[in-house]
Ligand binder design. Structure first.
Ligand SMILES: [Fe+2]
Length: 334
């Protein structure tokens, strides 16, 4: 990890040299057919019927369940699988990732450049309108790199410096986005992020979700919200360390090929965060968080057809950079 190209914080002395934790029998929990002949006879409908209730009951215990050997080979198959599952879908309005919708319930996992490694994060922890579950489908694993990365939040949070945790709890974390008007052709426009060309639709969203926001004279939008770094798990009532000051910080772009020569004020990058009182977070503090995340990370060597089911509060996900064709899909659920 240390000095890896286009990995946020990779040049900080605290960055671990490599992912040192191995998957265990329970993280992720792997479900697979007992034999090739049994795999041939699996009906998706039957499988869902038989396992859905059980998954719902145990997901908060394991956090991550990797299902292998299902007869799924395309985004349409994955979409059909999601349809059968009895979950409520969430849309990705205001999401920071770069994705495109493939069908009503499935998007590309990330259209970010293949040279960029995406550090582990909880999906949409920068809002309070986040998914409870996130499912990934490996249609085409990369021939080189592109591993999935998962982090058990309960384990990682134990490694954090208690003073840093206390500081973040005292002030909260201010998540800021700067979305340019589409005519400037930036990273993500407000039109693309909110799937509209109508400012009034965006203003309604801002008001409904209690964001502070303003438009500048060039129709660029800045908005922000201060959030607690902790949420309550809906199933267990446990307080969970659920936030993303590292992967929502302007320093993400310091390591991004498209921004490498930019020398902008932090709040003029597409996203940024600060302490709740508006004080900048130091790069050492962000590096500390990144270090503890990578020390807790477990990698997944994708196999074609894999489905990974994550409790989004308990498990972070990321991906390593890759070469060659790779196609992953995602579905986010309420
Ligand atoms: Fe994500």
């Amino acid at each position: 990890m240390s000095n890896r190209s286009f990995l946020p914080g990779s040049d900080h002395p605290s960055m671990p040299s490599h992912i040192s934790k191995n998957p265990t029998e329970t993280f992720p929990l792997v479900l697979q057919p007992i034999s090739n002949s049994s795999a041939k006879n699996i009906s998706i409908k039957e499988w869902v019927k038989e396992t859905e209730f059980w998954i719902e009951e145990v997901l908060h215990k394991y956090g991550a369940i990797l299902v292998r050997g299902l007869p799924l080979s395309s985004a349409d198959d994955f979409s059909h699988f999601i349809d059968i599952l009895n979950y409520e879908l969430m849309d990705y309005t205001s999401g920071t990732g770069i994705r495109n919708v493939v069908s009503g319930n499935v998007s590309t996992a990330s259209n970010e450049l293949s040279s960029v490694s995406l550090e582990p994060h909880n999906e949409m922890a920068y809002t309070r309108n986040y998914p409870s579950k996130i499912l990934f489908f490996a249609q085409t694993p990369a021939p080189k790199g592109g591993e999935g990365v998962i982090v058990d939040v309960r384990e990682y949070a134990k490694l954090l410096d208690p003073e840093i945790k206390q500081k973040l709890q005292e002030t909260g974390i201010k998540y800021i986005r700067f979305l340019q008007d589409r005519r400037f052709g930036g990273y993500t426009s407000w039109q693309d992020s909110f799937l509209t060309n109508d400012k009034e639709v965006v203003i309604k969203f801002m008001n409904e979700h209690n964001y502070d926001f303003n438009w500048d004279e060039n129709d660029n939008l800045t908005y922000s919200q201060v959030l607690s770094p902790i949420v309550k798990h809906p199933k267990t009532g446990e307080e969970i360390w659920f936030n993303q000051p590292h992967s929502h910080h302007a320093s993400y772009f310091y390591y991004h090929p498209d921004f490498i020569d930019s020398k902008l004020e932090p709040h003029l990058y597409p996203f940024h965060c600060q302490l709740g009182d508006g004080t900048e977070l130091s790069l050492d503090l962000i590096a500390h968080i990144r270090q503890k995340i990578w020390l807790s990370a477990v990698s997944i060597q994708w196999q074609k057809g894999d489905v990974l089911i994550l409790d989004n509060l308990l498990v972070q996900h990321g991906r390593m950079s890759f070469e060659g064709p790779r196609q992953m899909f995602v579905s986010i659920l309420k």
